[in-house]
Design a protein around this ligand. Structure first.
Ligand code: PLP
Length: 395
């Protein structure tokens, strides 16, 4: 099909829930993707941080193919090898005690919320169910994770939302202390707020939150759906922040493009969700687990160190342009935001895309880059050349 045929079918047959860019993508190689007509794009988005290994990764595709031929799915009432091997890898490299497999970020966060409430119920009985999240956070699109999300524009239409969420200002301990009361059971936060604008939390603040949670026996949940799996220059961002959360959720990049999420829990929380209290039909599917194993086996410590180096180089290059359009470059590793002044971020992103560079936006003021973790220096330079020109032309 041509791009126009594909777009027409979308218009006629698919709910119009996305403000899509006017581009059809057909295939990719490395960090480059192509339209059906062969127009080339450097990809600084990787499907919002999903395609960790870029496109055309043969080891990843082989792992999926071989597992699909062997056994594509089995109910969680039985055991399968890929789930076992992946769990060993995840617990060893995270230092956490156990994992629960889910299918998406929102679902993983829902599970973490259930876990926190049950932890508190088991220990203290009813009445301790409030979860504090941060202003400008994003935790998902289900009714409960929308309630968790600390942005008012998400709290419309779908009333009634799930009860029991309060929002504190980021990097402000007083704000957290003023909303965390005797009914609170958990604090949930992103270490770098992604959708909210690529806003890294201050390390001292995160340490203080950890200590506060310990003191009050609150479950400390870190939502690493976007930051996790090598994105920030560590396997998980909490390792860089040098904190030990009780519960960590992940999703986007874990299976390199197949839908997967999960919840990691430490010793304190690993036994909370017991048989019959939580489940997911597709969770731990052998094909997605095989894909995730192929991702993790390629995300070696050396490659993850490279992610940090590449991110630092991109930051330095953009800062070095001294562009009047660039207010600030922020983020960690290959999760970067450029706050834009004197032009609309959405327009800058659209112009990048027109010029052959896939680009995202975040929050109200920023364009956002989440390239494949395997992006080469040559691909980075090709992408940055396009961005530099777009910023120059944005008068
Ligand atoms: C994307 C994202 C989610 C939601 O993930 P889905 O897979 O779309 O449900 C939740 N939390 C964070 C931090 C995210 O970036």
């Amino acid at each position: 099909m041509t791009s126009n045929e594909i777009k027409a079918l979308y218009k006629d047959n698919i709910m119009q829930t996305y403000a899509r860019f006017d581009v059809v993508i057909d295939h990719g190689q490395g960090a480059r993707v192509y339209s059906p007509e062969g127009k080339e794009y450097i990809d600084f988005t990787s499907g919002i941080g999903v395609n960790s290994l870029g496109y055309g990764n043969v080891k990843w595709a082989e792992a999926i193919y071989q597992q699909a031929l062997k056994l594509q799915h089995m109910s969680n009432l039985f055991y399968t090898e890929p789930g076992a091997a992946l769990a060993r890898e995840l617990t060893a490299r995270s230092g956490m005690a156990a994992v629960f497999y889910a299918n998406s970020g929102a679902e993983s966060n829902e599970g973490a919320i259930k876990l926190a409430r049950k932890y508190s119920f088991d220990k203290y009985g009813q009445g301790r169910s409030k979860i504090v999240t941060l202003v400008q956070s994003f935790h998902g699109r289900t009714i409960t994770t929308l309630a968790a999300t600390g942005q008012d524009n998400f709290h419309t239409y779908f009333f009634p939302f799930t009860q029991g969420f309060a929002h504190a200002r980021a990097n402000d301990m007083e704000s957290l202390k003023s909303v965390a009361d005797s009914e609170t059971c958990a604090v949930m936060l992103e270490l770098v707020q992604g959708e909210g604008g690529v806003l890294p939390l201050a390390p001292e603040y995160v340490k203080q939150v950890e200590a506060f949670c310990k003191e009050k026996d609150l479950v400390f949940i870190v939502d690493e759906v976007q930051t996790g799996v090598g994105r920030t220059g560590a396997l998980f961002a909490y390792q860089q922040y040098d904190v030990s959360p009780d519960v960590v959720t992940f999703a986007k990049g874990i299976a390199g493009g197949l839908p997967m999420g999960g919840i990691l829990a430490n010793e304190k929380c690993a036994g909370v969700l017991t048989a019959g209290t939580h489940a997911a039909t597709f969770g731990g599917n052998p094909v997605t687990c095989a894909a995730a194993l192929a991702v993790l086996s390629q995300l070696t410590p050396a490659l993850i160190a490279d992610v940090a180096g590449k991110g630092a180089r991109i930051k330095k290059t953009i800062t070095g342009w001294n562009s009047p359009r660039v207010k600030e470059v922020r983020g960690l590793g290959l999760m970067l935001g450029v706050s834009i002044q004197g032009a609309a971020p959405k327009e800058i992103a659209a112009k990048c895309i027109d010029s052959g560079l896939l680009m995202l936006t975040a929050g109200a003021d920023a364009i956002r880059m989440l390239p494949p973790l395997t992006i080469t220096d040559e691909e980075i330079d090709a992408g940055l050349a396009i961005l530099e020109k777009v910023l120059e032309d944005a008068k």
